[in-house]
Design a protein around this ligand. Structure first.
Ligand code: MEV
Length: 340
């Protein structure tokens, strides 16, 4: 087998509009970013299923290159996983993806799965979905299953359910298909946008948080005060549809204003954090046309939309000087793809 053909990469994402509301059937606008997770599968030299995970997080300077090794064995009541060095349990999504493919495969080859990610986990950039998508593409090719994009996306959604509880499916979909998409209830359409100059600055607040916790928090609020929270989610949904038109028209000023409004609604929903709001205000002062938290909230990242590269760059430098990790991302990156 040509090793190059079993190397795939999949992108992370940012939600431009509509997080949380998308879990309740409202639309969201999401874009793939230029941080990727790469997966290469080779023949295991140990006649065991091996998994090596390393990171090359773009945010880290210098990169940690942290590496974890696992043997994934199909014994007793299923898979036993061990990290020979760190004794940390394997992320159950990797376990699910690996087991699923090995159960389906008729080939008796033992794979060694090598994962390397640029996407830091736990900050709302879709790292788990990108890992699942890249691994599904790569491992299914190695095991001669040749999954379609649709199969990759559906199985990555199941992996996301294991980690996040009740995800909307937006992360796995954008990681599989890429681009900028309007996503609603597992249906998605790529948006073709005019060529206008726009730069998105992503700033990591450094506050750890968990998507599942914040999705559950919103569910509890809805249970307690249904009409109040339903109204907020509906407002976010309406705003997302207006943002879609602004995006297609290339009206960046309006897009920015809508972003900032979206942040205020997320605050009302109870998923922001004082530091996130402080960071969005700082980005506005630094010349962003609009700014909001992105992802589940509670911590993680904020984004700022800029018309001008110099201003975006200055904002990144300013954020870094204040001790935050920040970078400018290009948008509408490609979805899962084979690496040469
Ligand atoms: C997480 O990236 C975005 C949320 O809307 C959850 C989801 O869509 O599954 C908070």
């Amino acid at each position: 087998m040509d090793a190059r053909k079993t190397t795939f990469s999949a992108p992370g994402k940012i939600i431009l509009f509509g997080e949380h509301a998308v879990v309740y059937g409202h639309p969201a606008i999401v874009t793939a970013i230029d941080l990727r997770t790469k997966c290469r599968v080779s023949k295991s030299l140990q006649n065991e299923v091996q998994l090596s995970i390393s990171s090359d997080y773009l945010f880290n300077e210098p990169s940690t290159g942290l590496k974890k090794n696992y043997i994934v064995s199909k014994e007793q009541n299923g898979f036993i996983t061990q990290d020979s060095k760190n004794e940390q349990p394997l992320n159950p999504a990797y376990y699910f993806v690996t087991k699923k493919i090995l159960d389906l495969a008729t080939s008796k080859k033992y794979p060694h799965i090598h994962i390397n990610s640029e996407i830091p986990p736990g900050i709302g950039l879709g790292s788990s979905a990108a890992s699942a998508v890249a691994t599904l593409a790569s491992l299914s090719t190695f095991m001669e299953l040749e999954f379609s994009m649709k199969e990759i996306n559906e199985l990555a959604f199941e992996a996301e359910e294991i980690i996040h509880g009740k995800p909307s499916g937006v992360d796995n979909t954008i990681s599989t298909y890429g681009g900028i998409q309007l996503y609603k209830e597992k249906k998605f359409s790529k948006l073709s946008i005019p060529n206008f100059s726009s730069y998105v600055v992503i700033v990591n607040s450094g506050i750890p948080r968990n998507t599942k916790t914040y999705v559950e928090k919103v569910a509890k609020s809805l249970e307690k005060d249904t009409s109040k929270y339903q109204n907020i989610l509906e407002e976010i949904g309406n705003l997302t549809l207006i943002a879609k038109s602004s995006l297609i028209e290339g009206n960046i000023q309006k897009l920015g204003k809508l972003m900032t409004q979206n942040h205020l609604l997320l605050e009302k929903l109870g998923v922001s954090h004082p530091i996130l709001t402080e960071l969005t205000n700082s980005l506005l002062q630094l010349g962003s046309v609009g700014s909001k938290l992105t992802g589940a909230g509670g911590g993680g990242c904020v984004i700022g939309l800029f018309e001008n590269y110099q201003k975006a760059n200055r904002a990144v430098e300013e954020m870094k000087s204040r001790g935050f990790q920040a970078f400018i991302s290009s948008l509408a990156e490609r979805g899962v793809q084979v690496e040469q």
